[in-house]
Design a protein around this ligand. Structure first.
Ligand code: SF4
Length: 368
């Protein structure tokens, strides 16, 4: 390879589309911010490189979401059957990953991932014990990805918004549509709730929902129902049954934590009703979207996406090394080898999930 080879030429020569930028690079309401390190933005968003161990199958939050979605859509089903279905599908995902990535998933990681599934199901069950599914709530949309071209809003061509609200429900008693958002957190829920009214993630979900044909039929969303649960600090023990672990967590949540901090529950459901449309032309969120869109469309070069460096604590955060450290330390000429040996996957945000098509909508910007 000649010495003057540019980063774009190196990326172009990578096999199997690894170096192909994600185009157009979408904005996800769930990550509606710019990461402090611009080089990380290049690896993560523009090129779609992700460490495989951080994937969905092993994510406590996503198993929790799957369980809640199933409980909403099949409220008449036996709860143990629903738990069994989520557990089976999560364990199958883990087994598939273990087969595909034998170096990253050895016995210890597989065991850890399985315990995370149990922990997520336990959180779901504790939440449902406190807030059972309301039979008057009719699910209208469950984990459906919605896509909109919002270039007219950001004045940056092209800007694509791509989001998946957890559940959109209709309260059939009050004839109102609400967006339900589940959050699992390590913090106390009370620390999060005070700022939920300007949570950009939900505002953008409402924006997407309001542009769907279903919203024309059932109505625009009047607000958000935030369901927040703190992750238990105690972990499932080896060989412990689901019921035993559930009882230990319930004891920890209600008898110990609530006793210590009675005004700060580890489980919270909060209704945030919006008094105005989700977005307006002078909104600060539009400025934020504009800034992100500029970075999502900027021509790719190393100088244009500078490394943050340790000085700003981006390379090691919470005692964890940034997953892209080796790319930053080595020449782009060896990036492909690092991707293959480092257990990365190429994430295509436009890939449609099992039986689910992306719903493309066309918002009416004149209404804003
Ligand atoms: S290692 Fe540091 S400089 Fe490199 S991408 Fe990560 S945070 Fe940025």
């Amino acid at each position: 390879m000649p010495a003057h080879t540019t980063i774009l030429q190196i990326l172009k020569q990578m096999p199997d589309g690894w170096g192909k930028p994600i185009s157009p690079c979408p904005i996800h309401p769930s990550s509606c911010f710019l990461p402090p390190c611009r080089r990380r933005l290049l690896y993560e968003r523009r090129l779609g490189w992700h460490k495989v161990r951080w994937r969905r199958a092993l994510d406590i939050g996503s198993v929790f979401h799957d369980y809640m979605a199933l409980c909403f859509t099949k409220p008449e089903d036996d709860i143990q059957r629903l738990q069994g279905a989520v557990k089976l599908s999560a364990f199958e995902r883990i087994d598939r990953l273990a087969e595909e990535y034998p170096i990253e998933f050895q016995e210890r990681e597989i065991e850890q991932a399985r315990r995370d599934v149990i922990l997520a199901l336990t959180m779901g069950q504790i939440f449902l014990n406190m807030y059972p599914v309301n039979p008057a709530w009719q699910p209208l949309l469950v984990e459906q990805t919605i896509k909109a071209d919002i270039s007219r809003l950001t004045n940056v061509e092209p800007t694509i918004l791509l989001g998946t609200p957890d559940i959109v429900i209709k309260d059939t008693e009050k004839n109102e549509v609400w967006i339900v958002d589940y959050k699992t957190t390590s913090q106390r829920p009370a620390e999060i709730t005070s700022t939920l009214v300007f949570d950009s993630q939900c505002i953008l979900y409402k924006f997407l929902w309001d542009a769907t044909p279903l919203a024309r039929k059932h109505g625009k969303a009047v607000g958000f129902i935030h369901c927040i649960i703190q992750k238990p600090t105690i972990r499932p023990r080896r060989g412990e049954t689901f019921e035993d672990y559930l009882n230990r967590c319930i004891h920890d949540f209600y008898d110990i934590q609530m006793l210590r901090t009675p005004h700060s529950s580890p489980i919270m459901r909060s209704f945030v009703r919006l008094s105005r449309p989700s977005l307006s032309k002078d909104d600060e969120l539009i400025t934020q979207l504009h800034d992100i869109a500029l970075w999502h469309t900027k021509p790719i070069s190393l100088a244009g996406f500078p490394r943050l460096g340790n000085r700003f604590a981006g390379c090691i955060r919470n005692g964890r090394r940034c997953p892209y450290t080796d790319f930053c330390l080595n020449s782009p000429r060896v990036w492909y080898d690092l991707l293959i040996s480092g257990g990365f996957e190429k994430h295509n945000p436009y890939q449609e999930g099992e039986n689910k098509k992306i719903l493309e909508v066309h918002p009416n910007f004149d209404e804003l």
